[in-house]
Design a protein around this ligand. Sequence first.
Ligand code: G
Ligand code: G
Ligand code: NA
Ligand code: MN
Length: 251
Amino acid sequence: MELERDLRLALERDEFVLYYQPFLNLKTNRIVGFEALIRWQHPLRGLVSPGDFIPAAESMGLMYDIGVWTLDAACREAVGWPGDTVVSVNVSAAQFRHGGLVETVQRALACSGLDAMRLELEITETAMIDDVPHAGRVLHQLRDMGVQIALDDFGTGYSSLSFLHSLPFTRIKIDRSFIRDMGNGMGDGGAIVRAITGLCGSLGVVATAEGVETQAQFDYLKQVNCSEIQGFFFSYPCPAAEARQLLDVRR
Ligand code: G
Ligand code: G
Ligand code: NA
Ligand code: MN
């Protein structure tokens, strides 16, 4: 298939780009960091979103190499950001299961000169559930290096709450389906979000609400002491240059 042939060549042709979406601390109103989100700049099709090529890349066995590129590119960009601004990189199940993640991270940090504390890896429950002992070993090694670990899309997988205290997460990203269902805060979505932020508070883990799109959601999350928000309400994912501008105005 044409798309697959092109995808195989995309890395050597340097066609991938990272967009950056900020997450905001609700107490300080400052940008804590940016999630790096990959796009494929296809010469004919234009900007292709990850939903349209990651499944193919996974079945073609390309996700590991793409993940190495992403980590390098994200660290090189973030090293130019001010202060302790964090860059958050999504790790695919394939990359997580592969033996070399710790080494890949070490190399990306060493080559860029980025402080490990400013790198966060986002991992879904689904990527870890098959082999929780392996997940524990890898995540503890990364934490020992200083890297932050976010549990992505929290609430959508099948993990139990024991996950939360057996694995060394520094941030929980509350899946956007709960934020969408929150309504005015009175419904089930609201109750779940309130419970998760309360739990995160007790565990000393930062809670980040994903997919915040409205003022009402923003206000409710503030009211239930959610630490951070991310979503179109504050900013869409944007090119690196715009992210830098956002840091200039919003810090
Ligand atoms: O940016 P967008 O909303 O289109 O992303 C869609 C999905 O692709 C999200 O689930 C996101 O986590 C995933 N994604 C985006 N960038 C990366 C990446 O660099 N690596 C991996 N593994 N997934 C990514
Ligand atoms: O699975 P993950 O949480 O990594 O998904 C990240 C994706 O979510 C990005 O591709 C981004 O485009 C998308 N996203 C970010 N903010 C919002 C939002 O406010 N609403 C919706 N619908 N999607 C969002
Ligand atoms: Na993510
Ligand atoms: Mn996410």
